[in-house]
Design a protein around this ligand. Structure first.
Ligand code: SF4
Ligand code: MG
Length: 278
């Protein structure tokens, strides 16, 4: 008779690597790492069947701090790498991660098309409205009157990018906002995002205590779980028309056809090499 091996359930600690994060003490990204690992533990995803993919930036270091497979790629290209991986290995749970500069500026075009394409993966953006790694320049989500950078001492004068509105307009089927100061709430959002079939986008407000110290006040103004989930696009858009950016929850979830290559579109390395032969 075969012996049945009983495995103990994995805890969130099992999804953390032995590397100590180099983030500044108090950075919101610590909490987002905790939320990601809690979500993976909640879903009991086998570590060998999961990959966290990132670009460049403080938050993009996150793959190194998890025990699942990871790829710390190039600036703005997390979604491109993650898309390639998921299409080639649809059996994997693929999570792309990064910051607002990486994801909405350098990687902005990838963001639009990932929403539109609807590959079954999750994208978590740790939004602190600043480029932290390069010492505090304004990012696409920075308010136009923020005068904290020497490069834009009179503010940027440019309207900030609204990530949730862009995701909805571009066709994302799952759109949510969390807050780093609410790790359990964010873990629930990430769990739901991973379970969603198709592209899921989760913005997590994650304070940069070094270059945006005023963001430590976010904990006083965040309204946890105040967003009401809807599957009506017009309703979700109407919510954003009056949104101040500080409510959290799932905004929108709907089911759309998921992009996956047809069998005949799968190429071997040999086919690809042959296509380059003149
Ligand atoms: Fe976090 Fe800001 Fe420090 Fe980067 S610079 S690790 S975002 S607190
Ligand atoms: Mg940032």
């Amino acid at each position: 008779m075969d012996q049945v091996v009983q495995h103990k359930p994995l805890t969130f600690k099992d999804y953390k690597s032995d590397y100590k994060p180099v983030w500044c003490p108090g950075c919101g990204d610590f909490s987002v790492l905790a939320s990601v690992t809690k979500a993976l533990a909640e879903l009991q995803i086998a570590r060998e069947n999961c990959a966290v993919i990132s670009g460049i930036g403080c938050s993009s270091r996150i793959p190194a701090y998890t025990s699942v497979y990871g790829f710390h790629g190039i600036h703005g290209r997390a979604l491109a790498s993650a898309t390639g991986l998921k299409v080639a290995r649809p059996d994997l749970t693929v999570i792309a991660t990064g910051g607002d500069g990486d994801g909405f500026s350098i990687g902005g075009n990838h963001f639009l098309h990932a929403c539109r394409r609807n590959v079954d993966m999750t994208y978590i953006v740790m939004d602190n409205e600043v480029y932290g790694m390069t010492k505090g320049q304004a990012s696409p989500t920075t308010a136009s009157d923020w005068e904290g950078s020497k490069l834009t001492p009179h503010g940027t004068g440019v309207s900030p990018f609204n990530p949730l509105a862009v995701a909805l307009s571009a066709g994302a089927g799952f759109v949510a906002r969390g807050f780093a100061g609410d790790p359990n709430g964010s873990a629930k959002l990430i769990t739901q995002a991973i379970q969603h079939k198709g592209f899921s986008f989760v913005q997590i407000l994650s304070p940069c205590v070094t270059f945006r110290p005023e963001q430590t006040e976010w904990k006083k103004i965040i309204r946890k779980g105040e967003i009401s989930e809807t599957n009506a696009l017009a309703e979700a858009m109407a919510f954003l028309a009056t949104d101040d950016g500080f409510s959290t929850g799932v905004l929108y979830e709907t089911q759309r056809p998921v992009y996956a290559p047809k069998q005949e579109e799968k190429y071997s390395v040999k086919d690809i090499e042959a296509s380059f032969e003149l």
